[in-house]
Write a protein that binds this ligand. Structure first.
Ligand code: NZQ
Ligand code: ZN
Length: 389
């Protein structure tokens, strides 16, 4: 088993109606709040009205219009400017992972005198960030319980993961009823993202039974409950269980003691989103079975057999290679069954830039290193992209 340190300082405040505690939580931090949100879903759902009612007594500055795949040059810089101008004491993010991610970058940039991009790419260390509180409205990224954010810079086709201890939210309000309004496409994409966070940990070189068991349970739960909510969007318990798994799926707790994998599918997908601005979870679902098929060999076979038997319910008496191949086929079929388009061409990506993207990924994501479970060269990445078309 690998050595590890584990500490998640975020308070998860979970369940229907918990938002009433917002004034108490924010009150302990400060009066001047930057309220951040996206393109309007929170206005449609009524959450915006509820939050502003609860924020009476606070000095609220708003940053709206944060994009999916949040952009540095517009949203992050504008948020940093507002924080400095209004001497903001806390950032309150209300929305999906994109709003929360953008707010994390803003919170760090607000307390830094130089160019915030240097923090995001790790050129300078992050010394501090404003306290972040969030009301997360989408079960997907796990940003509500992790120290990461992912920021896009359209000019350079960069989409960069930025991780730092200062980026843990102080508190995250997780109310499953807020996800009732998600369109099915976003619900499915969110589940695909959370499943992929588990895959990125499950396929590793030093597994242990306990962590494997948590991850297998997480995958089974997501697969079962997404089917329920696609039919019945207001099913509270199914929504709640999806949220619970997705909140935990990205912060390391599900793979304690296991070896890191290098997160290769995220490395590949971030380039797809950076070049074509596609939905993260959909890009991942398309890449996943192609990546699996590409790395299946004698060394990785055992992981696929375990996954096939324990998650996909494949008969353990079948030959090991048959189980592994069936597990990959079942993964593809599952994503297709929840309505995800399973080819890059379905989301507007053709052959024209895949050579350029493979080069960009190979140069920027370090997927051929020894820390990666199944290292990928530029040629491997290109093959995976080609097979995904
Ligand atoms: O902008 P609004 O109007 O709010 O609409 C959003 C957006 O259009 C909508 N939405 C969110 N909650 C809703 C809702 N619509 C109706 N009802 C609700 N309750 O859904 C759309 C997508 O929202 P977004 O925030 O982009 O989705 P998600 O939560 O999947 O976040 C994706 C971003 O997170 C990054 C991704 O790369 C991507 O940029 N990631 C962040 C991670 C992290 N912080 O740890 C890890 C992930 O691997 C991921 O890379
Ligand atoms: Zn993800």
């Amino acid at each position: 088993m690998q050595n590890f340190e584990y500490n998640t300082p975020t308070k998860l405040i979970y369940g229907e109606g918990v938002i009433t505690k917002l004034p108490e939580v924010l009150g302990g931090i400060g009066k001047r709040v930057l309220l951040t949100y996206g393109g309007g879903s929170i206005k449609k759902s009524g959450l915006y009205a509820r939050v502003t009612e609860l924020l009476k007594g606070f000095e609220v500055t708003e940053l709206s219009g944060i994009e999916p795949n949040p952009k540095y040059s517009t949203s992050v810089l504008e948020g940093v400017r507002l924080c400095k101008e209004k001497n903001i004491q806390a950032v309150l993010a209300v929305g999906g992972g994109s709003v929360l991610d953008c707010s994390k970058a803003i919170a760090a940039g607000a307390l830094y005198d130089g160019e915030p991009w240097d923090l995001i790419i790790g050129k300078v260390p992050t010394e501090a960030a404003l306290p972040i509180v969030d009301i997360i409205t989408m079960a997907a990224t796990g940003s509500e319980y992790d120290p990461g954010c992912v920021i896009s810079r359209t000019e350079t086709n960069d989409k960069v993961g930025y991780m730092d201890q200062h980026l843990y939210p102080v508190a995250s309000f997780v109310d499953p009823t807020y996800t009732f309004t998600l369109p099915n496409r976003q619900t499915a994409a969110g589940v695909a993202d959370a499943m992929n966070h588990i895959f990125e940990q499950y396929f590793n070189a030093d597994p242990n039974d306990f962590a494997d068991g948590m991850m297998e349970a997480g995958l089974r739960s997501l697969m079962k409950n997404v089917k329920i909510v696609l039919e019945a969007p207001g099913n509270y318990d199914a929504r709640a269980e999806i949220f619970l798994v997705s909140s935990l799926a990205c912060n390391g707790i599900l793979s304690l003691g296991e070896k890191g994998s290098g997160w290769p599918m995220h490395g590949i997908e971030h380039a797809l989103s950076a070049y074509y601005d596609i939905t993260h979870g959909i890009g991942l679902a398309i890449i996943t079975p192609r990546w699996m098929a590409h790395i299946l060999n004698e060394q990785t076979l055992g992981r696929f057999v375990r996954y096939g038997v324990n998650v996909m319910d494949i008969d353990p008496k079948l030959p090991r290679h048959t189980i592994a191949k069936q597990a990959i086929a079942d993964t593809y079929a599952f994503f297709e069954s929840i309505g995800i388009p399973m080819h890059l061409k379905d989301v507007g990506i053709d052959e024209s830039r895949i050579i350029e993207m493979a080069k960009h990924i190979a140069e920027n994501e370090g997927l051929d290193g020894r820390h990666v479970y199944a290292p990928l060269t530029e040629a491997d990445i290109l093959t995976i992209l080609r097979n995904s078309l």
